[in-house]
Design a protein around this ligand. Structure first.
Ligand SMILES: *Cc1c(COP(=O)(O)O)cnc(C)c1O
Length: 220
């Protein structure tokens, strides 16, 4: 069941703040996604290839699919074929693989660099303190990637100060990259941060894309 009221509030907030709302539809049925589509939603987020395959084939073609979960290299070929965005560019070897597959498919792939900002060790991503030199020369290394910005997930905690400082670090990292490795690159402008529990903090800290699931669709 879609929480229409919460959805409308989110749409309004995102409109005011010029933030893209990505409805995270993982584990949701085709019918639920279709209902949200009929309310006007076009950006959807999935974290498993198997679900993306089925949903993309069953739902309207103008949906923009965001792959937001950790991507195994062996699944990169299909995800590159199906998704419009990959938020989880979380290692150099994965970026190399996405490049290879995008090149083969003659596709420019929108990718975000995922940084590890949370205290939980389970969350994927580049080290937030790593040298940013790894992204230097990215255009010659990965000509098929359109690196559009960064993504991160904050620690799952009620402590909003912790969440805030993690988002702030991601934004600082984004600004540093924008000044250095991606200087003059117009595409590099997105900060994907904020979920059901922390999107308000994320927006205050400069998010440009929020990924919201349970608040819209109910608990999974
Ligand atoms: C599931 C998921 C979300 C959405 O989480 P909610 O708490 O349901 O809003 C956002 N981002 C990623 C990477 C996810 O896996």
């Amino acid at each position: 069941m879609i929480n229409q009221e919460a959805y409308k509030d989110l749409v309004e907030l995102c409109g005011q703040k010029k933030v893209e709302l990505i409805a995270v539809s993982k584990t949701q049925t085709i019918e639920a996604i279709q209902s949200l589509y009929e309310l006007g939603q076009r950006h959807f987020g999935e974290n498993r290839l198997e679900e993306l395959v089925v949903k993309k084939a069953s739902l309207p073609e103008d949906i923009i699919w965001h792959f937001i979960g950790h991507l195994q290299r062996k699944k990169a070929r299909k995800v590159v074929a199906l998704a419009d965005w990959i938020h989880s560019g979380d290692s150099l070897s994965l970026l190399d693989e996405i490049e290879k597959r995008a090149m083969q498919q003659d596709k420019q792939m929108n990718v975000l660099l995922q940084f590890h900002i949370a205290s939980e060790s389970s969350k994927q991503g580049f080290d937030i303190n790593s040298e940013e030199e790894v992204f230097a020369d990215y255009q010659s290394k990965w000509p098929s990637l359109k690196i559009c910005g960064v993504m991160g997930m904050a620690t799952y905690t009620q402590d909003s100060e912790v969440v805030k400082s993690e988002f702030r670090r991601l934004k600082e990292r984004f600004e540093l990259l924008q000044k250095r490795s991606f200087s003059g690159i117009e595409d590099f402008q997105e900060i994907s941060m904020g979920m059901s529990g922390d999107f308000e903090i994320a927006i205050d800290e400069g998010s440009t894309m929020i990924r919201v699931g349970s608040l819209i669709f109910g608990n999974r």
